[in-house]
Design a binder for this molecule. Structure first.
Ligand code: SF4
Length: 353
């Protein structure tokens, strides 16, 4: 699909009632999941969007049919109907993203979230906990049980485990390692990506690999110090040089293009500088997963009325980063597991990145 139309959809969202959606949580959420021209795609669900999905999958903009787009719903997976022996619904433990990704937040609380002066302004990690749709800490044995069912019943092919940042020096890596080991024992061969802040002791990166991790996301969101200070004040206390050290160690351990980071468009960063940051990451072997900032209800930025980015800027940045990725021979799919491998929240994959 044309990057411009994909970017407009990503920003304006879609008027529809999706069968599969994610109201809140870590990372991009408040969205519905569809197949857009056969490719798993997440889009914000927006009642006032000019884009509307009609029966049969036809897409209109302001009532006029968009000829080159066909949207199919992704149906609710069968494993959502199951409940663990202790009464925990499987759906509260892990969610289906797109058609083949099982995703979970292994610890649904974050040391950064407690204070408005430390919380990332786009984040809603604890809102799904407050709404009662998930549990705070996912037990490794329960995750293994849910993963086994999701693979057997719904054809899941990869898993993403993210975590809120803990107080410990491992920054959450210890529990992630336990969860990965349990899932890999239950479903050998299931590729798993973990997402984490740089641990204080970088030896945790090799320990995660030993536990069975396939790929790792160490997410900085922006490389612009002023943007970091404004948007991610808690995480910004971790210096960019520390991110560099963590990415370098992760590439040493996992290999080139098995490490990724999110870069958000729409936080006020100069587009040329954002592309330059992406190129620097690519040169290190780190995949920059470029996604638009989403104003999520429950986030500080949404309360402040910060709008989604201009779709033209998003399309231009995405095309330029995709070009740099192609030149380096880096494809999201080669991460095997994780957001870059899934690609549903970004237009990069559609541009060949
Ligand atoms: S890109 Fe990441 S957050 Fe988006 S649907 Fe895929 S796995 Fe989930």
């Amino acid at each position: 699909m044309d990057a411009q139309l994909r970017s407009e959809l990503a920003v304006a969202g879609l008027r529809s009632r999706p069968a599969l959606s994610r109201p809140a949580g870590a990372g991009p959420s408040d969205d519905g999941h569809w197949l857009l021209d056969g490719v798993a795609t997440t889009l914000p669900v927006v009642a006032g969007s000019p884009f509307e999905l009609h029966a049969g999958g036809t897409l209109t903009r302001d009532g006029i049919v968009v000829e080159d787009a066909l949207l199919e719903p992704i149906v609710r997976p069968r494993f959502y109907e199951l409940t663990a022996a202790d009464g925990t619904p499987y759906e509260a433990v892990a969610r289906l993203h797109g058609t083949e990704v099982l995703a979970t937040t292994v610890v649904q609380t974050c040391i950064r979230y407690a204070g408005v002066d430390t919380r990332c302004r786009f984040c809603t990690i604890e809102e799904s906990l407050r709404s009662g749709t998930t549990v705070q800490v996912k037990r490794p044995d329960l995750l293994a049980e849910v993963a086994r069912a999701a693979v057997a019943l719904d054809g899941v092919r990869q898993m993403v485990m993210t975590t809120g940042t803990s107080n410990g020096a491992d920054r959450g890596a210890r529990h992630l390692a336990r969860c990965v080991a349990a899932v890999r024992a239950a479903v050998p061969g299931l590729p798993i990506q973990v997402q984490i802040e740089p641990p204080q002791d970088l030896a945790w990166i090799a320990r995660l690999k030993q536990a069975g991790v396939t790929a790792i996301g160490i997410h900085v969101e922006s490389m612009d110090p002023a943007v970091r200070a404004r948007w991610t004040p808690g995480k910004a206390t971790v210096a960019l040089s520390r991110y560099d050290e963590a990415w370098t160690e992760a590439v040493r351990v996992f290999g080139s293009n098995r490490v990724s980071t999110y870069l958000l468009v729409g936080l006020g960063e100069d587009p040329d500088e954002l592309v330059a940051s992406a190129e620097r990451l690519i040169a290190m072997g780190v995949y920059p997963f470029v996604v638009p900032y989403r104003p999520l209800p429950g986030s500080l930025a949404h309360a402040d009325g910060v709008p989604a980015p201009d779709p033209l800027t998003l399309a231009r940045v995405t095309r330029r980063v995709a070009r740099a990725l192609r030149a380096a021979g880096m494809r999201g799919a080669d991460q095997v597991a994780g957001c870059a491998a899934c690609g549903a929240c970004s237009a990069l994959g559609g541009c060949g990145g």
